[in-house]
Design a protein. Structure first.
Length: 310
């Protein structure tokens, strides 16, 4: 298979819209661990340059354990900070092996030939950047090679903590903030994350708990996600079982808005996300482009994301 999974060219977006688009894609990466999305086994998010920073956190004193310290990795199409990047969750395998598979399937660069790959500690130390190039490629970009990071055999594993929290907070049950705090504290203690703390952020009374990890600050932060009766949940149900195109998703969104009496809301399709990713699929990637929604400030945004075929 040959393809160059490159998104469309950049254009200026209002900060709010950019954040919503980015949030949809990055949330979908995290949610691939949840059992309810098992029909789509893995999401490979093809992002424009810079979006991987959404997965990163600041550097700190916490001792790193190579390949076990990071919750995500990015496979870069070129050895440049402004390159396109395919973002996936870490799964315990060597990051270069993961990215080699994506290169071979045509999902990273303009060829299926796998170049020499090198793992670097990404800017912010929260994600692994796998770059094409051999010795010295990390240093040329001012990054640290993953292999040069000191190994602490007793250091706890961030992906194991992430997966344990997903098992509790990534399902259908709506968990309130106090219970979520207790769960996070218990998992931190159980996995040996001494010195880590739990903090609640942006949580409304009707929200259900989700979480994020800040390695630098040694922090699990609990965040509120729309509850089962929310508009976002109703929109999500429209894409739960079916892969919708832009037109189908727009119609589904309008129907949900109408049923809720939200006639003053609008639906906005980010068509470039469908067109760019569909071009990659048409080039030979055995995947499909499906719609996802995000709702805020009177607008439902419809974004195209690449999924594995069911």
């Amino acid at each position: 298979m040959t393809s160059h999974a490159t998104p469309p060219g950049e254009r200026d977006l209002p900060a709010g819209r950019f954040a919503h688009i980015k949030g949809i894609v990055m949330d979908e990466v995290a949610r691939t661990h949840a059992p309810r999305r098992a029909q789509r086994r893995r999401t490979v998010s093809i992002l424009a340059a810079g979006l991987l920073l959404a997965m990163a956190v600041g550097a700190g004193a916490y001792v790193l354990r190579p390949a076990d310290q990071f919750a995500s990795l990015g496979c870069y199409s070129t050895a440049a900070r402004d390159a396109d990047v395919a973002v996936v969750s870490t799964d315990g395998r060597d990051p270069e092996d993961v990215c080699a598979e994506l290169w071979a399937s045509g999902e990273v660069g303009p060829t299926t030939q796998v170049p020499p790959l090198t793992s670097c500690v990404g800017e912010g130390a929260g994600a692994i950047w796998v770059l094409p190039g051999g010795r010295g490629v990390c240093e040329r970009l001012g990054l640290q090679r993953l292999s040069s990071v000191a190994v602490d055999p007793d250091a706890p594993s961030v992906p194991e903590l992430r997966d344990a929290l997903i098992a509790h907070l990534g399902g259908r049950e709506c968990i309130d903030i106090e219970r979520a705090r207790d769960i996070a504290q218990a998992e931190l203690g159980g996995w040996g994350f001494d010195g880590w703390t739990v903090e609640a952020r942006e949580f409304a009374d009707t929200d259900c708990a989700s979480f994020g990890l800040d390695v630098a600050e040694q922090l699990v932060f609990i965040i509120g996600m729309p509850g089962p009766d929310s508009l976002q949940a109703a929109l999500g149900q429209a894409t739960e079982a079916d892969c919708l195109d832009a037109e189908q998703a727009s119609a589904a969104a309008r129907q949900v808005l109408s049923e809720r009496g939200l006639d003053d809301w609008t639906v906005q399709v980010e068509q470039e996300t469908f067109d760019g990713n569909q071009a990659a699929v048409d080039g030979g990637i055995d995947r499909e482009v499906c719609a996802q929604f995000s709702a805020a400030d009177g607008v439902v945004y419809v974004v195209g994301v690449i999924f594995e075929r069911h």
